[in-house]
Design a binder for this molecule. Structure first.
Ligand code: F6R
Length: 609
């Protein structure tokens, strides 16, 4: 999703802006650009290639400046083309007075565009952003800070913007509503960015702007007003943001590296867990867990599948009813709230717009017990929830989530055991057994990853297919969903997942010799049922690719390929099985030559709805 960096300083800020964009690359983008105040005029450079290309352009043109803004764009309105890339100028390139970058979606852009066109503005792009640039130019009254405060009142939708003006060389004004934005406070210089990581190495003094805030950045001062224009005190926090993605090391892609990091990061996520204690989720967790009698999980995509897995765990072990909702659906539907609900958001980035909005919606319905399972301690999600468990997956660069998912599962299993304990449903023996299993997870997972050569052989077959089905039952049904999502998003093979029992209610019609059917077949109570479903596939000529456990009595045969996972892992088995599916998706995509770490059309941090 779009990323913003801006700076006002007494030194050349081009390297800071470019470095900031590089740190925001992980969010996904299709074009990028930078604008600077140079010798009393505005100048810009834009690229539909990578930030490295923009950097080369900027160096070639010797673009330097003390005030400027930069942007990575993930197209929403208008194709990923150079004329749609930010920064946008107003009134036009030659006489540019205003330069502006934006993250979010302006819902009334059509109406504003009509109005500004009538006033004589000529639009150079299809973006909703250019509307804001012209609006600010039209309303400009000699004071950019005041102008922006007035202009944002006319915007409907979500935005984080940063803007500067030819007439006010040492000033950048920024505002946010519904999209993330932070201020970086320096000595005699100030910055703005989409997240603290973009400014790592420049400043660690960070202000998280609140909804509706507008900030005036000058050299020696910054000034924040709230949505009503009142001066607002915002706490400056020292944030030790990650200094960016680690090196690839021996791996070809970040996704592969991140798959192989899972044993370590699961260990990190569970480090220090010597026993089941509600305090692991926050000081007030015991009181909250005692009060609630149901759980509502809100999340998107892969994080939603983690939530679905948790439903099986929590209902079976803790006996607490769980509802799992796709955040973008929940926020807009009429639901029946219950005050004794624990609202759990799950998010890798902690900035997903739909999940944040769903959380706020739940709170507006009177549900105030909130917990997040999140990978970014400084994110909006953690700040918005009263309880939190921070997964320690580290920076996830690959757009397709892998290690974030399995660490979420580890944290959710911990939540399951904690709720069970608080409800008197976890004996000391059970606690000890589960903890032992959790501690052994890194070793068990490493042996699954050692199956890579066998999985590569399957991937070569899959690479020639255009469709695939994934089947699972019980706690492995969400894992089938996740396996299908991984395959489709990085290899572009159409993949669907079903609970195996649903096969004969429709999807069986799709099964022919051309249809590979991936089956997750752990040795659990549903194995015999699953074997019948597998027969149904074989009888229609479907080719079965089965991930079985070491002790499942399924052997390879005609149209039946089997890979055995080294251990049968009971309730925690989804964490092992999903790793095998991640490798299958990764190697299939590799064989098809797709851009594994940056699949087409997708972004890492989805900050618009
Ligand atoms: C898929 C994937 C996405 C994210 C989803 C939610 O591989 O990564 O489906 O899971 O966009 O993102 P977070 O977890 O950051 O809220």
């Amino acid at each position: 999703m779009c990323g913003i960096v801006g700076a006002v300083a007494q030194r050349n800020i081009t390297p800071i802006l470019i470095e900031g964009l590089k740190r925001l690359e992980y969010r996904g983008y299709d074009s990028c650009g930078v604008a600077l105040h140079l010798d009393g005029r505005l100048t810009r450079s834009r690229s539909t290639s990578r930030v490295a290309d923009l950097e080369a352009q900027v160096q070639h043109a010797h673009l330097q400046g003390f005030t400027g803004i930069a942007h990575t764009r993930w197209a929403t309105h208008g194709a990923p083309a150079s004329h749609n890339a930010h920064p946008h100028f107003s009134p036009n390139e030659e006489t540019a007075r205003i330069a502006l970058v934006h993250n979010g979606i302006i819902e009334n852009h059509d109406e504003l565009r009509r109005h500004l066109t009538e006033l004589g503005y000529e639009f150079q792009s299809q973006t909703d952003t250019e509307v804001i640039a012209h609006l600010v130019d039209h309303m400009y009254n000699g004071d950019l800070f005041d102008t922006v405060q007035q202009a944002v009142k006319r915007l409907h939708g979500a935005y984080a913007i940063a803007v500067f003006c030819r007439e006010e060389p040492h000033r950048v004004v920024a505002a946010r509503q519904g999209s993330p934005l932070i201020v970086g406070v320096g000595k005699g210089e100030n910055f703005v960015a989409s997240d603290a990581m973009a400014l790592a190495g420049t400043t660690d003094q960070i202000i998280y702007l609140e909804e509706g805030d507008v900030v005036d950045l000058q050299l020696a001062r910054y000034w924040v007003v709230d949505a009503d224009g009142r001066p607002a005190e915002r706490e400056v926090k020292t944030v030790h943001a990650h200094t960016g993605a680690a090196e690839l090391g021996p791996y070809r892609h970040y996704m592969q590296k991140e798959i192989f990091e899972q044993p370590r990061v699961i260990g990190d996520t569970l480090e220090g867990v010597t026993g089941i204690m509600p305090e692991l989720f926050g000081d007030r967790a015991y009181k909250v867990f005692k009060e609630i009698d149901r759980v509502l999980i809100l999340a998107c995509g892969t994080s939603y599948y983690a939530g679905l897995t948790a439903k099986y765990w929590i209902e079976s072990v803790a006996k607490v009813p769980v509802n799992v909702e796709i955040a973008s659906e929940y926020r807009y539907r009429d639901s029946v709230p219950h005050p004794n609900t624990l609202v759990v958001t799950i998010s890798q980035s902690g900035e997903t717009a739909d999940t944040l909005a769903a959380l706020k919606h739940a709170r507006s319905l009177g549900m105030h017990h909130t917990l997040t399972i999140c990978n970014v301690a400084t994110s909006a999600m953690v700040r918005e929830c009263s309880l939190a468990y921070i997964t320690r997956a580290g920076v996830e660069v690959g757009v397709a989530s892998t290690k974030a998912f399995t660490t979420q599962l580890a944290a959710l299993f911990l939540l399951t055991l904690t709720l069970a304990q608080v409800n008197g449903r976890l004996s000391d023996d059970e606690e000890a057994t589960y903890l032992k299993q959790m501690r052994h997870l890194p070793v068990a997972l490493s042996s699954v990853l050692a199956l890579e050569p066998q999985i590569i052989a399957w991937a070569e077959e899959f690479a020639r297919k255009e469709n695939a089905l994934f089947l699972g039952r019980g706690i492995h049904y969400p894992i089938a969903l996740e396996g299908a999502l991984k395959l489709k998003e990085i290899s572009y093979i159409h993949a669907e997942a079903y609970p195996a029992g649903e096969l004969k209610h429709g999807p069986l019609a799709l099964v022919t010799e051309e249809m590979p059917v991936v089956t997750i077949a752990p040795n659990d109570a549903l194995l015999e049922k699953l074997k019948s479903n597998m027969q149904e596939v074989r009888a229609r000529g479907g080719e079965l690719y089965v991930f079985a456990d070491v002790d499942s009595r399924i052997t390879s045969g005609d149209g039946l390929h089997v890979i055995r996972l080294p251990e049968h892992y009971g309730l925690l088995s989804p964490i092992l099985h999903v790793a095998a599916l991640q490798l299958l998706a990764y190697h299939t995509a590799l064989a098809r030559g797709t851009d594994v770490d940056k699949p087409r059309n997708l972004a890492k941090s989805v900050t618009v709805e």
